[in-house]
Design a protein around this ligand. Sequence first.
Ligand code: ZN
Ligand code: ZN
Length: 220
Amino acid sequence: MRCVLCRQLVQITWTLPVILGQRRLRVPQLCAACLRTFAPIVVATACPGCGRADSPTLCVDCQRWARQGALLHHRALFSYNAAMKAFIQQYKGLGDWRLHTAFQAQLVPPVSGVIVPLTSEPAHFIARGFDPVLGLFAHLSLHLWLQKTDTSTPQAQKNRAGRLATPQSFSVRSGVVFGRTRRVILVDDLYTTGRTLYHAAAALRMAGFRGEITSFSLIR
Ligand SMILES: [Zn+2]
Ligand SMILES: [Zn+2]
């Protein structure tokens, strides 16, 4: 196995539960040196609402979301440091599909539930040729319950106020049956203001979903 970023050989640690088949082997796609360049978020000291690093109590933004309804209690794995910005530029900006597996050993939601990815707008999908969120989470069982209509300005080109003012563009696909689903985990590549994830949650509520909704992303 070679590191998807630097092509060095990756060491695989065979633990007893994996050898005995009690736990699935999650093959690391990044070497230790590359993995060290990213900044993991420590859950114990992260905001309980949005998962931002070094905010052990509910941050000001989450206090605002809490006044509008239920918090998502978002969890994210890494801060958006220089190494992560370079990764996203290579993967999404340049459209390097080979990187979609990079974090599959780490990208496992902390709780169980139906995993619903926030898919790209059709125009972005056509321009890039792949959906970056579906790629990052392709190792998990995904439920494509949400669809997104095209919006005028890409999120990445907006400032904070512009992002927060983005209108709802998510809806639940026709034919989706929630059944006995108790918890939905919305997954995305990046949590910036939370606007997109809260819109996705609102679309599920609009369609009648009554269970718990939480969210998970690679980056905060
Ligand atoms: Zn490497
Ligand atoms: Zn927060």
